[in-house]
Design a protein around this ligand. Structure first.
Ligand code: FEO
Length: 169
């Protein structure tokens, strides 16, 4: 059984992951409207990853005798000025999520909850990839600097991304 403090914090994290899904779908919608389907695909797949994160916390909470409490999801930003702005925001958002996961880990350590620490290790590793993925594309966008040919090449590259759920969860 989880202590209430940890249960509440995991429910907060579920809300943040749902917001992440919503935020990335909003970015995908903007790219769709800009006729950049590869970039849109990248964020649709990212949104699927976020739903996977939600369900991982969801299953864990239930397995530990806790209860999932869904909260309101804020409306995400809908208007953006450029692809670069979007990736700046996505990178910043992932840094925010990393901080939140680290705080959850601090709480699990404080509570000597070894099962929660073990579950969170997966997220700690995942966040390294999440930040690197957003920053990697951001750096490419800076090189391309909004020029047509480079943008179309990147769009083609991002069209290839697919969602593959991790087998060990
Ligand atoms: Fe669920 Fe992108 O962190």
């Amino acid at each position: 059984m989880l202590v209430e403090k940890l249960q509440d914090a995991i429910n907060e994290q579920i809300n943040k992951e749902l917001y992440s899904e919503y935020f990335y779908l909003s970015m995908a919608a903007w790219f769709e409207a800009m006729n950049l389907p590869g970039f849109a695909n990248f964020f649709v797949v990212q949104a699927q990853e976020e739903r996977f994160h939600v369900m991982k916390f969801w299953r864990y909470l239930n397995d530990r005798g806790g209860r999932v409490i869904l909260k309101q999801i804020d409306q995400p930003k809908v208007d953006f000025s450029s692809a670069e702005e979007i990736f700046e925001l996505a990178y910043k958002h992932e840094q925010f999520v990393t901080k939140s996961i680290n705080e959850l880990m601090d709480l699990a350590i404080e509570q000597s909850d070894h099962a929660t620490r073990s579950m969170l290790n997966w997220f700690i590793d995942e966040q390294v990839e999440e930040e690197a993925s957003m920053d990697g594309i951001l750096q490419k966008l800076k090189l391309v600097d909004g020029r047509g040919h480079g943008m179309l090449m990147l769009d083609k590259e991002l069209a290839a991304r697919t969602f593959t759920p991790p087998t060990s969860n």
